[in-house]
Design a protein around this ligand. Structure first.
Ligand code: GLA
Length: 672
């Protein structure tokens, strides 16, 4: 049973302000180190510590054998120090004795490769033997600590599905058949219709013939692949629910798990998880492989707030400096950690936790940064950790305040799967690129956006951006149309509205689901070659996509001036009800995109944050009596911001204007 009301996350910190926390893996250290760890945690101001995340082989060293001595001791040490505990169920990685006894629990790749013991998360999510053993671990841990006064939060497993979301073994095949039987009400013809199995002679005679979409000689069946992704997300959710159910039967403490709202994990449809979470928690690391990693951070933070339905959320893991799992692991520049933390706080986080407390000296993550680095306390990273604790303590009054947005961007993991299914018109059609481009254009124009799921209530939003919403249900398209009818401005971008829930093309001209709303009709896609650019009649240029579009009630705002769709509309506007529906048939340059959304925002009556731009991020959180304006200067020059109020980090009173130095963060408390 999901909790009735979301947990106010400040109640996780002793002082009721913002949470400052970390992962702690005491089993990696001699017990003589533990008291020093606790002393230094207090020095840094750590209030919430996640333990027992990878504890299975320690607390359950063999079948039926249990040893809680270490966990008992560390829990008492933390408790005595007034540090609250985020208690892992311990099931994140099965111990070697279990996989030795039951090698059938090991996960399998699409080519039949079995992934062996020796890494982590080495289990098939559908395997009943794994599930039974994991459930027993949770029962034991809950029975022992379910009412311990130091435990403030339950942490189910760890990053469920990070490595093992898509498993192709025999147990997964059986579970997929059961899932399909339920989805198609035991009617194999319904599955055949949904997957279009007449194509390439794939018609199934019974559910027992249905396979997981393992490696084949050609392209795979896109309907089967899409359903397998839905199934795989549901299997991970089932693991979460099983553990949460055991916890709730034996403990009244709130339950969560750490999501991975990030650019490189796309296997879990978190919209379907939120009702089962007592609070929303996310792990986020800067991704040095991206062209604009800080914008991705802002996007992920806005999306996490969306998952929390606007309530405050917890950043469960991030890094003080470099990670160790990217090809090149960049150390943070001076000030970068503070800017990253401020970006999460500005977008609704009420707590910042780190992986991990003390840098490991062994194991695969020994070169991952930590709050307490290998260099020890005489280090810049440690001094920053202490400084951050002070900063978070000083910002306690922002806990519980909320971000208010006039704009929304629609986002869907299911659509991510659909957009990037095999056999698409262009490999350069990457869903996240399109969503990031829209979100960045808004942020750079000084417009804060909520991320919402298709079908969600859009009342209250004056500007709605619908980037590449390829798969859309009739009811979801209707919500967008209704928002325009009541006066909103909507911007739909290319490759939207093309297929229904079963990935079946809507015929009669693209974009089927939005033709009438947009007053356009497109006959053919005409994507561009890699790196190719086209010019538009308004003097801007664009890339990735064009299409053979004509207006059917809409007005052409800009035309393609060259390229495969020369002379055809590239940007259109259609008055619909009391609002306007715009269509973008290509990917504009960042400047042109920013100018377009700024124009739409203005006509929708949204005032941008003055002073915001590509280098300056400005977001406000609102409380009952005050607003908190975060100004994060990512650039190399100071900026002047018109402001009145008091600045929380420096304590200065602001009258008229505030200079924010290069690379600095300022938080202005304003009257409302
Ligand atoms: C994830 C995991 C942690 C650790 C970090 C490293 O967030 O949950 O156990 O591996 O990544 O960045």
């Amino acid at each position: 049973m999901p909790a009735a009301a979301p947990t106010r996350i400040s109640t996780l910190s002793e002082g009721e302000g913002l949470v400052y926390g970390c992962d702690y893996n005491p089993e990696q250290w001699d017990r003589s180190v533990w008291p020093e760890d606790i002393r230094l945690m207090r020095e840094a101001g750590i209030g919430l510590v996640a333990i027992n995340i990878f504890g299975w082989s320690t607390i359950n060293p063999g079948e039926g054998r249990w040893d809680f001595s270490g966990l008992d001791e560390i829990i008492e040490l933390l408790h005595a120090a007034g540090i609250r505990i985020n208690l892992g169920t311990g099931t994140a990685s099965p111990p070697p004795w279990l996989t030795a006894q039951h090698p059938e629990i090991l996960p399998q790749g699409p080519d039949g490769t079995v992934f062996h013991q020796g890494g982590r998360q080495g289990y098939c999510p559908s395997n009943p033997v794994f599930r039974a053993h994991a459930a027993e671990v949770v029962r034991q841990v809950v029975a022992r600590y379910g009412s311990h006064p130091a435990v403030a939060l339950w942490h189910v497993s760890n990053e469920l599905g990070c490595h093992n979301a898509l498993c192709y073994c025999a147990a997964s095949t059986l579970a997929f058949r059961d899932w399909a039987r339920e989805r198609y009400a035991d009617d194999i013809d319904a599955l055949n219709r949904a997957w279009g199995t007449s194509f390439w002679s794939q018609r199934y005679g019974s559910f027992d013939e249905v396979q997981v979409p393992a490696q084949v000689l050609s392209l795979r069946n896109p309907g089967q692949v899409l359903d397998f992704q839905r199934f795989s997300s549901d299997e991970q959710l089932a693991l979460y629910r099983a553990e949460a159910g055991i916890i709730r039967a034996g403990s009244g403490i709130p339950v969560t798990t750490n999501f991975m709202v990030t650019a490189h994990i796309r296997t879990l449809d978190y919209w379907s998880w939120t009702a089962d979470m007592d609070l929303i928690a996310n792990d986020h690391y800067l991704d040095g492989r991206l062209a604009n990693s800080r914008q991705e951070l802002s996007f992920a933070a806005d999306l996490t707030r969306g998952l929390a339905a606007g309530d405050p959320w917890l950043l469960m893991e991030t890094s003080t400096s470099a990670v160790n799992w990217q090809p090149h692991n960049f150390a943070k520049e001076p000030g970068e950690l503070q800017r990253n933390v401020a970006s999460h706080l500005a977008r609704g986080a009420d707590g910042i936790c780190f992986f991990q407390w003390r840098a490991s000296t062994q194991g695969a993550e020994k070169y991952h940064s930590a709050l307490l680095p290998h260099a020890g306390t005489d280090s810049d990273v440690w001094r920053e950790s202490v400084e951050l604790g002070r900063m978070l303590q000083g910002l306690g009054e922002i806990a519980g305040t909320r971000v208010a947005a006039d704009a929304a961007v629609l986002f869907s993991w299911e659509n991510w799967w659909a957009v990037e299914n095999e056999g698409r018109p262009s490999e350069d059609l990457r869903y996240l690129d399109q969503v990031h481009a829209a979100h960045t254009a808004l942020a750079d124009a000084g417009i804060v956006a909520d991320l919402v799921r298709p079908g969600a209530d859009l009342d209250g939003y004056r500007l709605i951006v619908v980037p590449a919403l390829h798969l859309v249900r009739d009811a979801e398209a209707a919500v967008i149309a209704r928002a325009v009818e009541r006066g909103a401005t909507v911007l739909v971008t290319f490759y939207s509205g093309i297929v229904d829930e079963e990935d079946r093309v809507r015929t009669g001209g693209y974009p089927g689901a939005f033709r009438e709303l947009l007053g356009i009709r497109s006959e053919e896609f005409a994507p561009l070659a890699p790196g190719e650019r086209v010019s538009l009649s308004d003097g801007t240029d664009a890339s990735v996509w064009t299409e053979r579009l004509r207006t059917d009630g809409a007005e052409a705002v800009a035309l393609f001036a060259d390229g495969p769709s020369v002379g055809r509309p590239a940007v259109t506007r259609h008055a619909h009800g009391a609002g306007e529906a715009w269509y973008l048939a290509t990917q504009p340059s960042p400047d042109a995109y920013r100018a377009l959304v700024a124009r739409l925002a203005e006509s929708a009556g949204i005032a941008p944050q003055p002073g915001a731009g590509p280098d300056v991020d400005i977001v406000r959180r609102f409380g009952e009596h005050a607003a908190y304006r975060f100004v994060i200067n990512h650039g190399s020059a100071p900026v002047d911001i018109a402001a009145e109020g008091s600045e929380l980090l420096t304590g200065v009173t602001v009258t008229g204007a505030l200079t924010v130095p290069a690379g600095a963060v300022r938080i202005i408390k304003e009257d409302v």
